[in-house]
Design a protein around this ligand. Structure first.
Ligand code: GLV
Ligand code: MN
Length: 227
């Protein structure tokens, strides 16, 4: 055992080693402790909240808990940005609970854009099914990694980094994305800045973006708040 006067240093060192080892585990969705844990949505009706969803008893799980046809149909791209994201995640596919994966389908109108956004809980890998996309992500240092990705090709957006896609053709395009989280979360840059509720103060945005408050108000009017 370490002498008394060395204990704090020994403890500090032990804590540092523990944190270094734990960090990679804490960075993604937690590891599984059982074969599966089909989400029991009904049990969340009470006041109790937890990180993820409670499990159904395994004998009550069915094959349908692991099945979804939600990505079979194209999303409606008739909107100002010309794209639609359809998600298959733990909120609509209960069998994904605790498995650390999910998918989405992105449909693009001709020249449509999936606007800049981030996924706080997942890295994304996108596979172009139809058409070709101009894609990119921006590092924390402000460098843009961008290129064209054609039918049959893939591109990776690292976890948490701002990214976008644009259909670079005059015909509809389709992509499938996979995520290493059951619920990646999506934060749209424009909606976060201009559609938050309560709103981000106009003077904050005007100063941050170095534009006139009137321009900020004009942009805000295009992003009705969700709450
Ligand atoms: C595309 O970036 C997506 O999040 O589905
Ligand atoms: Mn994305």
């Amino acid at each position: 055992m370490a002498p008394i006067n060395q204990l704090p240093a020994a403890l500090l060192a032990a804590c540092a080693v523990f944190l270094a080892l734990a960090a990679p585990l804490l960075a993604g969705n937690p590891d599984m402790l059982q074969d599966f844990c089909v989400a029991d949505y009904k049990s969340l009706k009470g006041p109790l909240r937890l990180n993820g969803f409670p499990c159904k008893r395994p004998e009550n799980a069915t094959a349908n808990d692991f099945f979804s046809n939600v990505l079979a149909k194209p999303g409606n791209t008739n909107n100002p940005v010309g794209s639609a994201v359809t998600a298959a995640n733990v909120e609509n596919l209960p069998g994904l609970n605790t498995l650390g994966v999910s998918m989405s389908r992105v449909d693009y109108a001709p020249w449509g854009v999936n606007p800049p956004h981030t996924h706080p809980r997942a890295t994304e890998i996108i596979f172009v099914l139809e058409g070709s996309l101009d894609v990119g992500f921006v590092t924390t240092g402000g460098y843009l990694y961008g290129r064209t990705v054609c039918k049959g090709e893939i591109f990776v957006f690292p976890r948490g980094l701002l990214h976008f896609q644009k259909n670079n053709g005059g015909a509809p395009a389709v992509a499938i994305s996979a995520f290493n989280s059951q619920l990646p979360g999506t934060q749209s840059l424009a909606v976060a800045l201009f559609g938050a509720s309560p709103p981000v103060p106009t003077d904050v945005l005007a100063r941050a973006l170095q534009i006139d408050g009137g321009v900020v108000e004009a942009i805000k009017s295009k992003f009705p708040t969700n709450y």
